[in-house]
Design a protein around this ligand. Sequence first.
Ligand SMILES: [Ca+2]
Length: 154
Amino acid sequence: MRKIPAALSALALGGLGALVPATSAQADNWACNDNYTAAAYGYMYAYNDIECHGGALGYSKSWDSDWGNSSGPFQGTDTNKASSILNKGSIAVKFFNGTGQDWGGGYVCLSKNELYASNIADDYFTGGNIQVTDNISSHKWVTNNRCSPTSWAT
Ligand SMILES: [Ca+2]
């Protein structure tokens, strides 16, 4: 999928309020609900800020083994940037701290039933003490039985 530089540019000019619908009076903790409703079925999304704010860094119904390279749905500065994530697919999304198609190292899983994680600042990748926020560098889809559930901090 293509990135959406137009939305990011609008965000830079208009500030955080730019992406909030004018008709919405909902509190911030409903923000990801709105994003989930608007999201395309079968896709995962990652956002620059918590509560699915700050613009989508990217969205994908496929995988991307390096969010910092120049190919795929996540590119360049998208790596080590996500602060909230969303899953509108039919299986789980596995997010990794590292890159590469060996899909090794610490990870977290967002099942389809969880819908989204609106603030990943207090969550950690498996096998270490690395915070998930601002440290996701790749992702792929996996069936739920191939990804141990993540105990998301709330
Ligand atoms: Ca990429």
